[in-house]
Design a protein around this ligand. Structure first.
Ligand code: NAI
Length: 515
């Protein structure tokens, strides 16, 4: 730590390099820059204290500085141990040029993130963004809002508050128990330490936090489960299901960043090879399109007949991984589900085939079983690229009865999202649309919290819910990006608007429209 600004990053001397990249990214993020101009005077986030847990990349730096430009105080951590761009983190801490900050005297935003955190460090950083010391009183006042990606910060508060209610952290789970991994054990240990220091911290946090906006499919699933059980402690906005988020970032973002990650990691030619994409949701559609664009023959698997039919109509072979695993050169998981590639699949993969995941968590590929395989050897080719040498198997032991000699498979980012671990995630333009939704969601939550404080008390106990941004804001985000692409929108005439029964200014589609 240098100067008085709280932070934990790799190296503040990287700030200048980070600032150059941020400057170029701003040019590619017209949505965020338009929101800065629109709200410069009214400062709709004044008084908000935002704890952000989202990949600490160059694009996220532009998001953070937009939140600050709208009046918020911000603290930030990454939501993945490999996704931080250290130069972006440094630049955010040092601060914008006009702040006069330097690596010796940083004046930007407290960031707690670096590429290659350990799991205990990861949870310490997540814990740090929830710690908000009021300089006047020395008291920890906590954040008022969470901006989450995958739901880890939200989970920490919810599980922390639950543990405090019970008077202790649950007993360590048995290995192999559903949903419990080494990761979970580290999480419980973090919780235990925090409770030992202050047994009411999370209960207080649950009271001061007035809402969360969630970035991704997996985090939204977690929130929906909490809401269904009536356990959600504060209102949540599902940013992922804004059309200008999931139908763009998850799809076109992946179409760009999946081949980027594959190329930087392995530089193996994709053309002419066979690629298997597990899952054909928004992310799977972008992944399959990118691989086909590179000349691969793409095979898709799905459990949902609608998505499977879509894949077939889009011209992909739809198959079971079990049936073709021995003949594919790449396997990419995109489901947000658990164990979709198991050890029996890995054991049957081709020699030097590449295995990677772009779903949110590292349990899509059964990495734990691979690590535990007797005789397996893991060789680091370079950071986030590992060759796993599989022992020879006799016909008797092989799942398909075929004898195999020693072979190896290449696993990217240890099974974590490879587009962020092996490359730098989605490009700025598409993240501008996602993050414009985030900013609008934070404004809504902050406004809601203020109205809540004014109205107060009589309405207490209303169960907080999970909602989406209104469609008119979704359309606004799209509008903000059209001009930069030189796209000219056609305006409805009044007659036409009446004929199809919409307002000339939108929204143009009913809620159930699927795009
Ligand atoms: P989605 O729900 O649209 O698609 C997932 C698809 O996987 C569904 O169609 C589902 O039927 C299918 N599926 C589930 N289990 C399966 C199985 N066992 N075999 C085959 N298919 C199966 O979700 P979306 O938006 O595509 O997100 C997927 C994951 O990617 C989530 O974890 C999300 O958080 C993450 N994500 C990652 C990004 C990145 O930059 N790496 C960006 C956006 C989302």
């Amino acid at each position: 730590t240098s100067g008085s600004l709280d932070h934990r990053v790799r190296d503040l001397s990287l700030a200048e390099a980070g600032r150059h990249q941020i400057r170029l990214a701003e040019h590619e993020m017209p949505g965020l820059m338009a929101l800065r101009r629109e709200y410069a005077d009214t400062q709709p986030l004044a008084g908000a204290r935002i704890a952000g847990s989202l990949h600490m990349t160059v694009q996220t730096a532009v998001l953070i500085e937009t939140l600050v430009a709208l009046g918020a105080e911000v603290r930030w951590a990454s939501c993945n141990i490999f996704s931080t761009q250290d130069e972006a983190a440094a630049a955010v801490v040092v601060g914008r040029p006009e702040s006069g900050g330097t690596p010796e005297d940083p004046r930007g935003v407290p960031v707690f993130a670096w590429k290659g955190e350990t799991l205990p460090e990861y949870w310490e950083c997540t814990d740090e963004i929830l710690r908000w010391i009021d300089p006047a009183t020395g008291e920890d006042v906590g954040p008022t809002l969470i901006l989450d990606d995958g739901g880890d910060a939200t989970m920490l508060v919810h599980e922390g508050a639950a543990a405090e209610r019970r008077g202790g952290v649950e007993a360590d789970p048995q290995p192999g128990e559903r949903g419990y991994s080494a990761e979970k054990l580290v999480f419980l240990e973090t919780l235990r330490r925090s409770l030992a220091r202050d047994p009411e911290r999370f209960t207080r946090l649950a009271r001061t936090i007035r809402g969360v906006s969630e970035e991704t499919t997996t985090g939204v699933n977690r929130l929906a489960q909490l809401a269904a059980r009536g356990e959600l402690l504060f209102p949540a906005i599902n940013v992922n299901d804004s059309v200008t988020k999931s139908k763009f970032d998850n799809r076109y973002g992946i179409r760009h960043s999946l081949p980027d990650g594959l190329n930087r990691a392995t530089d193996v030619l994709i053309g002419g090879k066979t690629a298997f994409v597990v899952g054909y949701g928004d992310v799977g559609k972008g992944a399959a399109e990118a691989l086909r664009g590179q000349g691969a023959r793409v095979i898709v698997s799905e459990i949902d007949p609608i998505c499977a039919l879509q894949a077939a109509m889009d011209g992909y072979q739809v198959a079971n991984l079990d049936d073709v695993v021995g003949s594919v050169d790449f396997i990419i998981t995109t489901t947000g589900n658990v164990n979709v590639v198991g050890l029996d699949h890995i054991l049957r993969m081709k020699d030097k085939a590449v295995l990677g995941n772009i779903g949110h968590f590292d349990n899509e590929i059964d990495m734990a079983a691979l690590e535990a395989l007797p005789g397996v050897v893991k060789t680091e080719i370079k950071p986030q690229v590992h060759e796993w040498t599989l022992p020879a198997v006799s016909a008797q032991d092989a799942p398909d009865g075929l004898e195999r000699g020693e072979r190896s498979v290449i696993v990217l980012s240890e099974g974590r999202l490879l587009n962020l671990g092996n490359a730098t995630g989605h490009p700025s333009f598409v993240m501008s649309a996602s993050f414009a939704n985030q900013v609008l969601a934070q404004i809504e939550l902050h406004r809601g919290a203020e109205e809540d404080t004014e109205a107060h008390d009589d309405e207490e106990n209303a169960t907080p819910g999970l909602s989406r941004l209104p469609k008119i804001l979704d359309e606004k985000v799209a509008r903000l990006h059209l001009e930069a692409l030189g796209a000219r929108l056609t305006e409805l005439t009044k007659d036409q608007a009446e004929y199809i029964d919409v307002d000339v200014a939108g929204p143009y589609k009913p809620e159930h429209y699927r795009y």
